[in-house]
Design a protein around this ligand. Structure first.
Ligand SMILES: [Zn+2]
Length: 240
């Protein structure tokens, strides 16, 4: 490759590398993965609360069941004692009083249990929904991560190709011109080389005067723009 052509290709490669770097930094999947992670974190903390509430309800129900069994035991004990004892009027009245009190306690316990079971059913349904949502978010996260990695590996392979081509292109450029290019690249943070289209530099687009043009043509194919001071490549087809 001729040096001016190699220099222009070097700039194209470097601009492509800059674009790839920016693309990598701003991949939408990266933000999407973060969004999904944040949503999953929220679902997970909701789920922890739901599971805690569900376990509390189960314990309350177990307590009610135990108390219910205990009162039922008291009822049978009272009935057994009444059938063993002599049945005078007073003891019958006492027994009825006791049994009625136990019946009220049982009724209250059953009423409360029914409400607890209703709340448990709601908690179980909420837990099921939260687990399904968590699983869905996990699938989404995996898909986004896979898409992100696929895009990264695609860009990296393009970057690798560009870097290897860059090495070859550099072999066709003299070290002095490479040094000028590197300095211009640092200075202009991007376009370091412009070409001449007619008598107008391609980047700064300030039309050259006829004498400047003649001087540049004389200076050789790799000159410097008198206006913006970028490297100016003057091709054979550049004409005034
Ligand atoms: Zn210029």
């Amino acid at each position: 490759m001729q040096e001016p052509e190699a220099l222009l290709r070097l700039q194209e490669i470097d601009l492509a590398l800059m674009r790839h770097k920016r693309t990598l930094e701003n991949l939408p999947q990266r933000a999407k993965v973060e969004q999904v992670k944040a949503a999953a974190k929220k679902v997970s903390s909701n789920l922890t609360a739901i599971v805690g509430a569900r376990k509390d309800l189960e314990m309350d129900i177990a307590d009610h069941d135990a108390e219910h069994a205990e009162v039922e035991g008291l009822v049978s004990a009272a009935q057994d004692k009444a059938s063993a004892d002599s049945q005078d009027y007073r003891s019958v009245r006492d027994l009825e009083g006791q049994l009625s009190m136990y019946a009220k306690r049982l009724e209250k316990l059953e009423f409360e249990s029914a409400a607890l079971y209703e709340r448990l059913a709601r908690a179980e349904s909420a837990e099921k929904n939260a687990r399904a949502r968590a699983a869905q978010l996990e699938d989404e996260r995996k898909a986004q991560v896979a898409a992100y990695q696929a895009q990264i590996s695609d860009i990296r392979s393009q970057v690798d190709d560009l870097l290897s081509e860059r090495g070859q292109v550099l072999e066709d450029i003299t070290p002095g011109v490479v040094a000028r290019y590197d300095a211009a690249r640092r200075r202009f943070k991007g376009i370091a080389v412009e070409t001449l289209a007619g008598n107008c530099p391609s980047h700064c687009r300030v039309t050259l005067q006829a004498s400047q043009y003649a001087d540049l043509r004389h200076a050789g194919p790799i000159a410097e723009c008198p206006y913006c001071h970028r490297i100016l490549v003057i091709g054979d087809d550049s004409a005034s």
